[in-house]
Design a protein around this ligand. Structure first.
Ligand SMILES: C[S@@+](CC[C@H](N)C(=O)[O-])C[C@H]1O[C@@H](n2cnc3c(N)ncnc32)[C@H](O)[C@@H]1O
Length: 499
């Protein structure tokens, strides 16, 4: 039986609490609802129960001893929509201590591991819209100002041509990680991921399985990091006096890739004043320990800014958040390709996601016998209509349909191509042909996606070490498949209405 996280949490509660009565918060004080009052049913996850797990509180006697602590920990775990509380782990205790020393006041957010989103933060209190969810003092932030005030400052200031703010931050992260136990940033460095899944980190055989245009962008990303490493080598060499080891053994390509991904996936936007010693590239990154444990959801709205009065980086939630649930922020209205490119993950049911139609796919499907084919393609190219042609949850995009209408113009209609680009209907025949072509392209992409999913399963069997990377691409391709199937359904309805 398929079971969703919400129902699983309820089921766990019922099993764990077998003989106990449960108090429903919001019901009359001390009203006990016996277990038999719950009906439990979850099939393909249509919730039938009326009481949500987060609304349930055990009617347990408080016990201060070890058993009580254990019970409370388990109780907490059961309540937290599948999240396993991590706050008792040494690395998070040390991080909290480190943050407290820098003025961070403990809040209601706890680190936890979630089955669907990985590590994140859950709240032990409900947040109302507009409420401040986290406020991180300036002293906790890692920016280029931190780097310039460190032992690296004098090396950066005298380096010509000036370094980019990004490479300065990368250098600092690598150097501090290398410093190990003695680094003042150790509690933060300890909780950073050891590896990343940004495209630059993916194996070539995995990159090949990415859809267009992500595959091309993934290769570009790898080149960017490779070039950054080779162009920064002379600067790294200048740091030799700081090290007992050979700089080349410390500032390796892998170390730079790790630092680059840390900055790319975890920084918040915080514009820094322009500094003479840096190149003109934007100085906008701030690493925000603890706050950077917040995962992304496309369905929430938050405001994150540095408050000049409080001198804290603050995040306010524009929507409500329930007690014991994971707290999300929104990294931006990104589709899954962009999330994978910039952050190394995808979001399930992402409303911004779409499947791109590449020029190659288009060429495979357009009518071979059309003498005007090349002219039409160059018109589309010249007007930017060969890019961002997509299928979304609501079917083919306007751009895609417009491009297809132009490609479907008959010889007698060709003179009207400008009107097509302006969105005018030329003829019912043209509309019908364009929808048929969209359907053909949609099915061709469904076939291609299914083929790639098959390749992924085959590769997975023989390459256990690629499991995580392949799972990521599989997630992306499965989401694409769902979008395409939804589009096919919409097109079939549209085809039925026009013919
Ligand atoms: C700012 S960090 C958030 C905390 C991170 N999960 C951690 O354990 O440190 C951003 C990274 O979290 C992961 N992430 C964020 N939102 C996610 C989501 N909705 N589902 C899965 N992974 C997510 C991605 O790996 C992303 O690069």
């Amino acid at each position: 039986m398929q079971i969703c996280s919400q129902c699983r949490a309820l089921l766990l509660l019922l099993i764990f609490n077998k003989k106990k009565s449960i108090v429903y918060r919001g019901a009359k004080r001390n009203t006990k609802i016996e277990e038999s009052n719950f009906s439990f049913s979850c099939s393909g996850c249509v919730h039938k129960q009326q009481i949500l797990p987060t609304d349930l509180i055990f009617n347990m006697q408080k016990s201060r001893g070890r058993t009580g602590r254990k019970r409370r920990r388990k109780h907490f775990k059961d309540l937290t929509s599948g999240g396993v509380n991590y706050s008792h782990k040494l690395e998070y205790i040390q991080l909290k201590k480190w943050l407290k020393e820098r003025g961070f006041e403990d809040n209601h957010l706890k680190p936890a591991q979630f089955s669907d989103t990985g590590r994140g933060l859950l709240t032990t209190k409900a947040f109302q819209a507009g409420e401040l969810i986290i406020s991180l003092p300036e002293k906790c932030l890692l920016t280029t100002a931190t780097v310039l005030n460190s032992y690296l400052g004098k090396y950066i200031v005298r380096w010509k041509p000036p370094l980019s703010p990004l490479i300065a931050l990368c250098t600092f992260l690598i150097a501090e990680k290398h410093t190990g136990e003695r680094s003042p940033w150790k509690p933060y460095l300890d909780i950073l991921p050891k590896t990343y899944t940004c495209p630059a980190c993916l194996e070539q055989e995995v990159v090949k399985l990415l859809p267009d245009p992500l595959r091309r962008k993934a290769q570009e990303q790898r080149t960017v990091v490779q070039e950054l490493h080779s162009s920064s080598k002379p600067f790294f060499s200048s740091l030799q006096p700081l090290l007992t080891e050979n700089v080349e053994a410390v500032f390796t390509y892998d170390a730079l890739l790790w630092a680059w991904c840390t900055i790319n996936t975890r920084t918040v936007y915080m514009k820094q004043p322009q500094k003479e010693c840096f190149s003109r590239e934007p100085d906008i990154y701030a690493l925000a320990p603890y706050l950077d444990l917040l995962n992304h959801s496309p369905n929430v709205q938050v405001r994150g800014t540095f408050n000049e009065q409080t001198r804290c980086y603050e995040i306010r939630m524009d929507s409500r958040c329930r007690k014991y649930e994971e707290v999300f922020i929104c990294y931006g209205p990104h589709d899954n390709q962009r999330l994978l490119l910039e952050y190394g993950f995808i979001a399930i049911d992402n409303p911004h996601s779409s499947v791109y139609v590449s020029t190659d796919t288009l060429l495979k499907c357009v009518f071979l016998g059309d003498k005007k084919k090349n002219t039409k393609l160059s018109i589309l190219k010249g007007h930017g209509f060969l890019e961002n042609l997509t299928f979304g949850w609501d079917g083919p995009s306007w751009r895609l349909l417009t491009a297809l209408k132009l490609l479907c113009l008959g010889a007698d209609e060709f003179a009207c191509w400008k009107r097509v680009l302006l969105g005018e209907v030329i003829s019912s025949g043209n509309e019908e042909k364009a929808l048929k072509l969209a359907t053909k392209i949609c099915f061709s992409l469904i076939e291609e996606t299914q083929h790639v999913l098959h390749q992924i399963s085959k590769l997975k069997k023989d390459n256990i070490n690629l499991e995580a990377q392949l799972a990521l691409i599989k997630g992306l391709r499965l989401e694409d498949l769902r979008i395409l199937q939804k589009s096919a359904e919409i097109l079939s309805n549209l085809n039925a209405t026009v013919s």
